[in-house]
Design a protein around this ligand. Structure first.
Ligand code: NAI
Ligand code: MG
Ligand code: MG
Ligand code: MG
Ligand code: ZN
Length: 462
């Protein structure tokens, strides 16, 4: 510290003390005056946080100023420090108990702000103390399958047969109507109930539909995971081994299917989509003859040796995935976003527009077509964000940010009952569940919400 800055620091510390004593005195005087002084302290705290004056920040926090006080845009001292990457100030503020998870009026946390401005050290520090995940690490529900699929082993019938018999092999089971067998997990989450070969020997003897899901490690000796579809009447056997287990409803879908522990949600997505496909393709779509399961459940082969499906590549022989687009449309000035309501949504919920890809379309085509069909808005640039398997039965949601060229709305009443533009402030209220009309967004397990959060946090809006 130069003598000059030392002098200035002492001078300001002196002024601060003086102000604090005035503030204490004035608390018994006019409330208006006291508010004014509190404001001055907060403003000074914001300044010091933004410019890295650690000692003064400490001194101000020791006085009458509230550590999480906000300016008119909902910015806290921690956010000002994060804006300029003032790591020593951030460390002091966090140590003094400032709330890392507070969002400003634009729905941004201090971590979002540090990440946006590329202050990597500050962002890493805030991430450690935050329960809010940063925008560039969106991980969608159903997308965290930890298994190594080891697709090369699917063709090895001998290995598969031996793997089914091994004691360390794990089976996740589904009822004959494909309801999954769950048990309670951590907190309010659920897990797939895992069973072994011995417990399931009587079911396995009857040659059920079985899918090889993958290995626990990149090693053929590690535990293999299989999905098994029970025959009618075998549910009780599973309950005998897992007295707390139960078969979760899928039609209508029970909430528990959206409450699985993250890795089990990923395993469920694979297992359920492939079992659904095996169930629906019992007969060859090319000639109508019966088919047999092959390659660990990842192929169906027509029983008619002359069938065209046995020559060349035929997509009916392999599990299907239906790509669909889900997009957050943002206005030309990037200040608003477009959300819509299907009649089947819960009252007051708004979500992103979405639509299935059609043959011969690229992602950009589908995005522009669906947005125009459903809302009349024309889209220009399309940015890919992230994707989410949606295993009912096998959709892949491709999440995009779509940049609108026009704003006029013309709703397709066949599909949507309302479509409208939402300001950033309104979105922040919806994210915080504080919208004055009670409007809300889908839960964090929906990619739609991740797209909205990403837009809100990615934009500087300063
Ligand atoms: N997570 C979220 O917030 C939202 C998710 N979605 C999901 O996005 C997906 C597509 O959105 P939609 O608006 O329903 O699509 P959409 O806008 O293309 O309209 C659905 C219609 O498309 C036709 N269609 C074409 N190909 C289809 C296929 N492979 N499977 C089923 N129907 C097909 C059917 O006639 C269907 O009624 C759905 O899986 C839906 O559940 C939709 C809106 C919000
Ligand atoms: Mg749609
Ligand atoms: Mg549509
Ligand atoms: Mg469509
Ligand atoms: Zn055939």
């Amino acid at each position: 510290m130069t003598p000059q800055t030392h002098f200035l620091a002492r001078l300001f510390a002196h002024r601060t003390k003086l102000l604090q004593s005035v503030l204490r005195m004035s608390s018994t005087a006019s409330p208006e005056k006291s508010d004014n002084l509190t404001q001055q302290f907060s403003d000074r705290l914001f300044d010091c946080a933004a410019t890295g004056k650690v000692d003064e920040v400490k001194s101000l926090l020791g006085g009458a100023v509230s550590k999480d006080s906000k300016n008119e845009r909902g910015w806290t001292a921690l956010m000002f420090a994060a804006r300029n990457g003032q790591l020593p100030v951030i460390e002091v503020l966090v140590e003094k108990g400032c709330d890392v998870n507070i969002m400003n009026a634009s729905g941004q946390t201090a971590l979002d702000i540090a990440s946006f401005w590329n202050h990597t050290d500050s962002a890493a520090f805030l991430q450690k103390h935050s329960t809010h995940s940063p925008f560039d690490q969106a991980i969608n529900y159903y997308s965290q399958n930890p298994l190594y699929r080891a697709s090369e082993l699917r063709k090895n019938a001998e290995w598969l047969e031996a793997a089914v018999q091994k004691e360390n092999t794990k089976f996740v089971v589904f009822a004959s109507d494909l309801r999954p067998f769950f048990i309670k997990g951590e907190g309010n989450r659920f897990r797939l109930a895992v069973m072994n070969h011995t417990q399931l020997s009587s079911c396995l003897a009857k040659k059920p539909d079985v899918v090889f899901l993958g290995l626990e490690a990149w090693d053929p000796h590690s535990s293999a995971w299989f999905a098994l579809k029970l025959h009618d009447g075998e549910e009780d056997l599973c309950k005998e081994h897992n007295p707390n287990g139960y078969f979760a409803e899928l039609f209508p879908r029970s909430r528990d299917v959206m409450m699985l522990e993250d890795t089990h949600a990923g395993i469920f997505a694979e297992a359920h989509s492939v079992l659904q496909w095996l169930d629906r393709y019992r007969f060859c779509p090319t000639c109508g003859t019966s088919t047999q399961i092959a390659e660990g459940g990842y192929k169906r082969v027509c029983d008619d040796k002359e069938c065209r499906s046995l020559k060349g590549v035929h997509n009916t022989c392999y599990p299907r995935v239906d790509p669909s687009l889900i997009m957050l449309v943002v206005s030309p000035d990037n200040k608003r976003c477009l959300l819509g309501r299907q009649t089947r949504f819960p009252p007051k919920m708004y979500s992103c527009l979405a639509g299935f890809m059609e043959p011969g379309e690229c992602i950009e085509d589908t995005c522009r077509r669906e947005v125009q069909e459903e809302s009349g808005v024309k889209v220009g640039r399309v940015e890919y964000h992230s994707s989410q398997p949606w295993p009912f039965p096998a959709t892949l949601m491709l999440g995009c940010i779509a940049h609108a060229r026009t704003e006029e709305i013309q709703i397709d009443p066949e599909e949507l009952e309302d479509v409208r533009w939402f300001s950033r402030a309104e979105i922040a209220q919806m994210l915080a569940a504080r919208h004055p009309d009670g409007l809300f967004l889908p839960p964090p397990t929906a990619i739609a919400r991740q797209l909205v959060m990403s837009w809100v946090t990615r934009t500087a809006n300063l």
